[in-house]
Design a protein around this ligand. Structure first.
Ligand code: DQA
Length: 143
């Protein structure tokens, strides 16, 4: 199984940005957690982060016929991006949405997700461990 993990804007600033909301661990810690889990479970994984919407769209398009599943935290683009939704629909790859924080309990605008209806499932408010849960959901969905 080959999966792609995509992280959107400002997630490269984990550990620095709003630690009360996102925790004190940094982006490298997140990558290490994902890599070690996938290594244990024999899952091939690529991790990608960008602050640019078009780069995320390009990456999703490049995943066409190359990856079995996508785990995506589009960050702020969750609440604004039709192009990321359209890219996911275009490639048709099973996708799980993940958010570190409890987006449903925060500002009203964070309760809107353009990709949610497309996704197999959404994991929110579980911190970094939410990515592991998302990978497991994807694994069970694909097999
Ligand atoms: C986030 C929640 C978004 O509302 C926010 O813009 C982010 C991170 C999360 O992981 O909790 O950048 O996606």
């Amino acid at each position: 199984m080959k999966i792609l993990v995509i992280n959107g804007p400002n997630l490269n600033f984990l550990g620095v940005r709003e630690p009360k909301i996102y925790g004190k661990q940094n982006y490298e810690d997140l990558c290490k957690l994902i890599l070690s889990h996938c290594n244990q479970k024999n899952i091939t994984v690529e991790i990608f982060q960008s602050n640019h919407e078009g780069d995320i769209v390009d990456k999703i398009q490049e995943a066409y016929q190359k990856f079995d599943g996508i785990v995506i935290n589009p960050a702020a683009y969750t609440h604004t991006s039709v192009s990321i939704l359209d890219a996911l629909k275009s490639v048709g790859i099973p996708t799980v949405e993940v958010h570190i924080s409890k987006v449903n309990e925060r500002e009203k605008f964070r309760q809107i997700s353009y990709i949610r209806d497309y996704c197999v499932s959404t994991v929110t408010g579980k911190g970094f461990k939410g990515y592991i849960e998302a990978i497991e959901i994807l694994k069970n969905h694909i097999k």
